[in-house]
Design a protein around this ligand. Structure first.
Ligand code: NAG
Ligand code: NAG
Ligand code: NAG
Ligand code: NAG
Ligand code: NAG
Ligand code: NAG
Ligand code: NAG
Ligand code: NAG
Length: 902
């Protein structure tokens, strides 16, 4: 249609002006109406979509506008003014997909990943006849994948990862002949998958990874016929059998991941001849035998064969892999030396060879030619010196050479390695002084030097990043410097069994973060500091086997969290201060000193009957203390008794008054629950309301209480379904911390869905409290089975042991590991938990482990890279050594923590 504006100007002269104007308008609107009607329709579909999803705030910019302006919205892609793609990723959509989405007739790509869409597979999409690309991953879809999914015959890309689809993967999926990319990882399939999938000859990417409930299946022989396959990922899918030799036919293969499956047999040599292979993961399978010596897959960039039963030598040919950056063979039975050539590789960044039987020296060139980040060769039989240049590239972050037979002095250059965060050099034969620079490294948090032949003195000053120093069983000598107060962030200091001398300076008591101080078996003398300044965190103090004299400082009895105290084998004298009786110590040893007088009454307990031996002057009022019985009580004591009774009576009255006041307050607080309107954020369809939860918050239902609040078990409907509710109250100011924990937990749990991670159903916020509603775990926590019940009753302890037999323990450990592994490696942003311990491992009715309590978990920006963070640390005792109370975190800390369950 000719545009009116282009009509020649002489028209003016042939038509009267009044005649011309309406005609112009008419022509003009005709063309625009035709065009904008279509645009309008499309816009209307988008606006309807937004409405049907209850206007999520993430789509606030979807507002009516002129012509094709919607094509500029970041979620929308148009071609020739027609909408062809919708990228609706992570927009908090939590309602189902309406059928009219297919009114966008030209839609070829639909990406709805990372939302909270509930319900069954959206068969309404069958009407989107041009759809080529569909991504529904990271949503709450459940039920089976429909058996008529082959109606979407044009699909080339189908991504359904991290949903709750279950049952079988239907055979129809293998009829989508055009599929190039198929990802079905991390769902809840509990049946089988069609072997015909391996006949989809156009496949370039195939992932069925992390579906641990698949019926065990033999790794099919013929997947190797997939000539276009670049990416093949089936870790943790219950595959058994052998890796076929024919794998060498897969010319396009770039990434092969078969980790964590019960595979057997050998790793076929032909894998190492694949020209395009750049990533190979065969970890935690049972493959054995030796690694083939000829390696021509020169694009290999990641080799991950850890936790197998591999024997023989590391092939020399690995030294030819110019692209190799990650080299992980840890936990095998490899022997022989580390090939010299590997030390020359230009891209090598991550070397992990720990837990093998490797011997010989470490090639001296490691680090010289590539920027190493991690170098771990612990638990081998390596000898000779540590390579000089490990930190030459200026990137070394973790160094672990512990438990070898290395010798010589520590390289001076390591003392300049400012990137180093953890150095584990313990259990070797190193001698000489620690290079002075070490103590001031500005990123070093943990230094392990124990069991070597090192000498020299303690540093005057320490980098504030240090949280842990372990240097026991060496020959360190000299005094503890009075400048020790500058070691201000130290959490653990172990210098047992050295030659330290002089007094314990008062300044050492100025370290507020110190939890563990071990100085036994040295030559310390003099008296202990009477004034303990700020050992507020100290839980373990061991000064045994020294020559310390004088009295025990009464202030030790006032340390708020001390649980282990060992001052044995010294020359301490005088009375045991009564304050010591106030400690809640579970280990106390004051034996082999010169203490005298009666022991504090509170310590007259069989638990402490070996705590005071070999102090001839000590006595007790009871004979079971294995001490002399003190002389009969004086008359004075009956008088004190009377005063005591009076004091106690007054105290009791005050306690009752207090309790009554408290109860009034609590009941008022409870009423607050119903005064304010609770705000519910749900992550899936709920079969209960917030009122079911609120009305169940009674003492009667309390099943536990943790660091951040009480946990209730609440029956939410007449059929007896229960949920677990964690209540976090935030009525005090100091609870900002809890508030943060709460937000972290909600954000993380709301996003991830995994078999071994506890499901967060919803969260309810009220004025004074917040409630996290989880699925209820019938079998409580691992901690409960391991410790609590046993302690309560020895009889049921026996029963517990029988319930928690070894296969079951294995199942629990595996489950927890899978959960962690998922968080570390497979979440789009890796998540570290930071507080993995047995009470955070919950067990369902079948003893499947699920990881809970993400209060402290945080997102990591990049895998393997440490992230600095403020805020609180996890519970001490399970913190990874390199972490302790530092500010640096990476995934390793969870792994260490989980290794400590006992
Ligand atoms: C449509 O409106 C937007 C602002 O809302 C403006 O930037 C754009 O230029 C307009 N487009 C047309 C074709 O008028
Ligand atoms: C969806 O999310 C919104 C906001 O988070 C919430 O108000 C609404 O109740 C949720 N709807 C469903 C069905 O979960
Ligand atoms: C868009 O879809 C309509 C209806 O199916 C079709 O007639 C038209 O050819 C398509 N346009 C393009 C560019 O694909
Ligand atoms: C598979 O899971 C679904 C949903 O959880 C369940 O209904 C079904 O019984 C399970 N099937 C098997 C064989 O366990
Ligand atoms: C592999 O075997 C399955 C079943 O035996 C078959 O359906 C499929 O077509 C085969 N794939 C190839 C590429 O031969
Ligand atoms: C490794 O091999 C030994 C014997 O060769 C066997 O006892 C052990 O179970 C194997 N370990 C694994 C994880 O396969
Ligand atoms: C370590 O190597 C030495 C000799 O180099 C050998 O005597 C010793 O048995 C080896 N130890 C282990 C545990 O293999
Ligand atoms: C020390 O660690 C921080 C945080 O991980 C990092 O940003 C910084 O670059 C490191 N410093 C050095 C010298 O490597």
């Amino acid at each position: 249609m000719p545009r009116p504006t282009s009509s020649p100007p002489h028209v003016h002269f042939f038509f009267p002006f009044f005649f011309y104007i309406p005609r112009l308008v008419f022509l003009c609107s005709l063309s625009q109406v035709a065009e904008s009607q279509i645009q309008d329709q499309k816009l209307q579909v988008l606006l309807q979509l937004r409405k049907s999803w209850h206007n999520p705030s993430s789509l606030d910019h979807w507002v009516p506008s002129n012509s094709s302006f919607h094509c500029t919205w970041p979620e929308v892609t148009c071609q020739d003014g027609l909408i062809t793609e919708l990228n609706l990723v992570n927009l908090n959509i939590n309602y189902s997909i309406p059928p009219f989405i297919c009114d966008l007739k030209n839609l070829t790509k639909l990406d709805l990943s990372y939302n909270n869409i509930p319900g069954e597979f959206p068969t309404v999409l069958y009407n989107c006849s041009k759809l080529v690309y569909l991504d529904l991953s990271q949503n709450y879809f459940k039920g089976p994948i429909p058996s008529d999914i082959d109606q979407m015959a044009d699909l080339q890309v189908l991504i359904l990862s991290a949903t709750s689809f279950s049952f079988d993967v239907p055979a129809s999926i293998a009829r989508l002949q055009r599929l190039r990319i198929l990802h079905l990882n991390q769902s809840e399939y509990n049946g089988t998958y069609p072997e015909e999938i391996f006949g989809l000859s156009n496949l370039e990417e195939l992932s069925l990874a992390y579906n641990g409930k698949f019926v065990p299946t033999r790794l099919p022989r013929n997947f190797t016929a997939l000539k276009k396959l670049r990416f093949f990922s089936m870790p943790q899918t219950n595959l058994f059998g052998r890796i076929p030799e024919m794998v060498s036919d897969m010319e396009a293969l770039e990434c092969l991941n078969l980790g964590a499956n019960p595979l057997t047999g050998k790793i076929p040599g032909s894998i190492f001849a694949l020209r395009n292979l750049n990533q190979l993961y065969v970890y935690e399978t049972n493959v054995s035998g030796s690694i083939p010596q000829a390696v021509t897959a020169t694009k290999l960039n990641v080799i991950h064969l850890s936790y197998n039963n591999l024997t023989g030598n590391i092939p020399e040919d690995f030294g030819k892999l110019k692209n190799l950056s990650c080299f992980n063979l840890q936990n095998n039975q490899l022997s022989g030396g580390i090939p010299e050539g590997i030390g020359h590789l230009p891209a090598l960044s991550d070397v992990r060879l720990s837990n093998n039987n490797l011997s010989g020296t470490i090639p001296p060139d490691f680090g010289k030619f590539s920027p190493l980040r991690r170098f771990e060769v612990a638990f081998n039989n390596l000898t000779g010196a540590l390579p000089e240049q490990l930190c030459h590239g200026g990137t070394l972050f973790g160094l672990d050479v512990s438990y070898n037979s290395l010798s010589g002095e520590l390289p001076e250059s390591l003392g300049n390695c400012s990137t180093l965060s953890v150095a584990m050099l313990n259990n070797n034969g190193f001698t000489g002084n620690v290079p002075g620079g070490f103590w001031m490294l500005r990123n070093l948090t943990a230094l392990y030097l124990s069991v070597n032949g090192l000498s020299g003195e303690l540093p005057e000053e320490l980098s504030p990043t240090f949280t842990r120093i372990e240097m026991s069983n060496n020959k360190f000598s000299g005094k503890i410097p009075t400048t020790v107060s500058s070691w201000r962030n130290l959490v653990v200091f172990d210098a047992s069994n050295n030659l330290l001398s002089g007094m314990v300076p008062t300044e050492l008591t100025e370290l507020p973060s110190l939890t563990t101080l071990l100085l036994s078996q040295n030559e310390l003398s003099g008296i202990l500091p009477m004034d303990i300044v700020s050992w507020k965190s100290l839980t373990t103090l061991n000064l045994s086997h020294n020559k310390i004299s004088g009295p025990i400082p009464s202030k030790i009895g006032l340390l708020p969290v001390l649980t282990q105290l060992d001052l044995s084998d010294n020359q301490l004298s005088g009375l045991i201060p009564p304050e010591i009786g106030q400690l809640n110590v579970n280990r106390l040893n004051l034996s082999s000193n010169c203490l005298s007088g009666p022991i504090p009454a509170k310590l007259e307990n069989t638990a402490y009957d070996t705590s005071f031996l070999n102090n001839p002057g000590l006595c007790a009022s009871n004979s079971f203390m294995r001490l002399n019985v003190c002389n009969s009580k004086s008359h004075r004591s009956s008088k004190t008794d009377r005063t005591l009774i009076m004091i106690l009576t007054i105290a009791a009255v005050m306690v009752i008054v207090l309790l009554v006041l408290l109860m009034i307050r609590t009941s008022r607080k409870n009423r607050d629950w119903f005064d304010s309107t609770p705000k519910v954020t749900s992550f899936q369809r709920l079969n209960f309301t917030e009122w079911n939860i609120l009305s169940g918050l009674e003492e009667l239902n309390v099943i536990g209480s943790g660091g951040s609040g009480k946990v209730y078990r609440i029956i939410v409907n007449p059929s007896g379904d229960a949920v677990a509710v964690k209540r976090i109250s935030n009525n005090r100011k100091s609870d900002e911390k809890l508030e943060k924990q709460f937000v972290a937990e909600v954000e993380i749990l709301g996003k991830i869905k995994h078999l071994h991670i506890i499901k967060l159903l919803c969260c309810i916020s009220c004025e004074n409290s917040k409630l996290l509603v989880y699925e209820y775990m019938e079998n409580s926590s691992l901690d409960h089975w391991l410790h609590k019940k046993k302690r309560l009753s020895p009889v049921s302890g026996v029963a517990n042991n029988m319930i928690l037999d070894w296969p079951r323990r294995m199942q629990i450990a595996l489950g927890a590991a899978k959960g962690l592994c998922y968080m570390h490696n497979d979440c789009s942003t890796p998540i570290i938990h930071r507080d993995v311990k047995s009470s955070n491992i919950l067990l369902d009715s079948e003893f499947n482990a699920k990881i809970a309590d993400f209060g402290l978990a945080r997102m990591l920006a990049k895998p393997g890279e440490a992230v600095s963070m403020t805020g609180v640390a996890g519970s001490f005792g399970y913190l990874a050594p390199e972490y302790a109370r530092t500010t640096r975190v990476n995934e390793k800390i969870d792994v260490i923590a989980s290794g400590w369950f006992s």
